[in-house]
Design a protein around this ligand. Sequence first.
Ligand code: NAD
Ligand code: DAU
Length: 351
Amino acid sequence: MLVTGGAGFIGANFVLNWLSQDGTDGIINVDKLTYAGNRNTLASLGGNARHIFSQTDICDRAALDKLFAAHQPRAVVHFAAESHVDRSIHDPAEFIQTNIVGTFNLLEAARTYWGGLDAAAKAAFRFLHVSTDEVFGSLGPGDPQFSETTAYRPNSPYSASKAASDHLVRAYHHTYGLPVLTTHCSNNYGPYHFPEKLIPLMMTNALAGRSLPIYGDGLNVRDWLYVGDHCAAICAVLARGRVGETYNVGGWNEKTNLDVVHTLCDLLDELRRKAIGSYRDQITFVKDRPGHDRRYAIDAHKLERELGWKPAETLETGLRKTVQWYLDNQAWVRNATSGDYRNWMANQYAE
Ligand code: NAD
Ligand code: DAU
């Protein structure tokens, strides 16, 4: 199986989960290793013959063609992307390049390879595109959750680039018959999450004694899903999803950012008590994100009904596991937050 972006947060969790199961296919892991890619996350796979890592940019068509020819994958699971909304606001160019042009290249390489397969291999081949709920835009407080038929209304350069890639994937099925599947997942959290995103950033700052910067009034709502549950959903869609269909993936866990940060502080107070006071004392309200989407919420009934998937973790159990993981893996955090991370933090939170 060819996995892109398998050194990033969700991709690496997927690769580790997949290879921990007996009898699964080997993985060719294709990742450019941007600031978000981290080979330390994959360190436990050293010497595992079922994992081959290739530092490759998905915008490099010739390199992709060689990888398809050499490894003859039976499926592609496409995670690689620029994924951070704030970075897309500061500097959108790389989002257009990787998320749109890169996905186009990968589709072209996959289509060429797939066109040369025999009838049985062609029918069995799958291209699974990992997308996001952000392509559907922002909900008001009383609006129904996003379903698979909700109209696209992306609001940030990131979500617009993901929307464009979704359209290309859809078109490759409609026009060429490429056997594609697309998933739209809500906000993930869990181990190996790069500390530029809300949950790992709050934990990293809390433990370092820094302020916990909440954008705007802190009442924006996200629907949180433990990363292991997202990986299980992808496995279900890959194995049993109907070709050409899209599937929403969500945790039925709508919470305001303030609620999430309060819960994190309370867990840290319990598991790593400070000498004086509570981690909640470090919360500060900062300038809002431009164009900040107010609410995301996912209706995941189709995935439950058709493929029998349900999240195993509640937000309470998942957050507790996650906080404990960060406390136990401070060396990983130190490594991830060295280098360019400091420049990003200094610029983004300058005020
Ligand atoms: P991430 O930023 O942690 O990881 C992205 C990975 O892609 C990194 O390893 C990076 O090196 C690699 N990459 C970037 N550009 C590349 C290129 N040109 N060629 C090859 N590799 C490249 O992202 P993530 O949070 O793990 O998200 C993975 C996917 O899931 C993305 O497509 C994202 O849109 C989607 N998604 C994320 C979430 C979430 O909450 N994090 C939710 C829903 C969907
Ligand atoms: O919904 C799925 C999406 O979730 C994915 O497609 C994206 O790749 C992923 O990054 C995530 O996007 P968000 O913008 O929702 O995640 P982020 O962790 O950046 O922010 C979550 C919320 O927390 C959001 O309302 C902004 C807020 N926030 C974020 C940061 C980094 C803060 O209040 N302070 C912060 O410092």
